[in-house]
Design a protein around this ligand. Sequence first.
Ligand code: NDP
Length: 450
Amino acid sequence: MSYSQQVFDSLKAKYSYQPEYLQAVQEVLSTLQPLFDKDAKYQKNKILERIVEPERIFNFRVEWVDDKGEIQVNKGYRVQFNSAIGPYKGGLRFHPTVTEGVLKFLGFEQIFKNSLTGTPIGGGKGGSDFDPKGKSDNEVMRFCQAFMVQLHRYIGGLVDVPAGDIGVGGREIGYLYGMYKRLTTKYEGVLTGKPLNFGGSLARTEATGYGTVYFAQEMLKDRGETLEGKKCAVSGAGNVAIYCCEKLYHLGATPVTVSDSRGMIYDETGIKVDILKQVKEVERASLTRYAELVPTAKYTPVSEYKAGRNEVWSVPCYAAFPCATQNEVNLEDAKCLLANGCKCVAEGANMPSSIDAINAFLDAKIAYGPAKAANAGGVATSQLEMEQNAGMTSWTFEEVDGKLFNIMKNIYLNSSETAKEFGVEGNLVLGANIAGFRKVADAMIAQGVI
Ligand code: NDP
């Protein structure tokens, strides 16, 4: 049995109750064996056994009082996964589905994604099962403050620098930052994704969505194709999806779908990004509100989706951009995309495709950009925010966007060159995994057994 299979089997026995974490590990480990066959040092140093275990996990109670005066209790977590190449870095997710296993999957992915950016940041992730939906601003503020009362002990500008993720945007980061400052009296770049008037970076809000489209553009360029004039399907309607749609328009493409947890919009004339921003960023409403405001929009609720399907992927498109959440593209969705002529999939969300869906894209040899490469623009720009904070300066939008573009281009080059090195040209899953892994593993070996 191969080294990677041995390690995966023992992990499976130990963490059978954490399916998302096992899925993320399986996806990475299933591509690393060619590296281990080439160089025995990784197995000799037991790198796999070490890298799959987080360095530490904090797990805490968060108590707060709602608007009715009732005491509420949530779970809080911070997974400090790997600090071999820099301080832990990764977002906070506030969503009722958050568990330690979900955060371990996200933290594990984050190690290799951060490594691929070429910047010195380690991997981490955190969050809570708190659901910001339907909560007043004051309730969100009290929750964020209570969360930070616990979290501040474990983070710091050179220790661990959280950012946003699902359910955590500029509003939440602002409240978290305010409490961190009050508790520590330090004004440091301890969180990224901050609003612009106190240390946030221009282009951070746009970075993940823009970066995913830049990555698609680079994949297609290598195949002599472009996004210009093409119809694109986008899922999600949050931070990543909105700015993915915006950048698609900049490149002459037309996003024709978006979705949220309750349903999807199809508009063959193109998604109206200004109205989407108003509905999602300002009103924090559902997409039914968008359908009220846009006469050409067709709304389909989740209850009308075909069983076992995400209807977004039934819409014929040249390129697909999953930007909502994990496991939103299954094998049937993948087959439908391919049958309808889809030539490119770039993942804005983390682990949106199941392993058999990924294999279907690879077998079809379409341009497939896996999440840890294609959505790394968000964390890369967070690192640019850290750089600006440390230098007490701020850069223009164009400067940050230009750096983001170059980072995405380099991630593509690094992943595709690594795929070629291992004889599987075009397989960016293997390319990104080996390139991201190798840098971290070599750093761990150099630092000894600690
Ligand atoms: P947001 O909270 O801004 O938006 C999430 C969107 O996805 C919302 O439209 C939400 O719908 C929808 N959604 C969430 N859960 C589900 C679900 N279970 N089923 C269907 N739809 C769902 O989050 P982001 O845009 O920031 O994050 C989206 C994805 O991108 C996540 O996978 C995240 O980890 C990843 N990512 C984000 C980065 C960032 O910089 N923000 C960086 C890299 C990756 P509703 O509003 O109804 O809940």
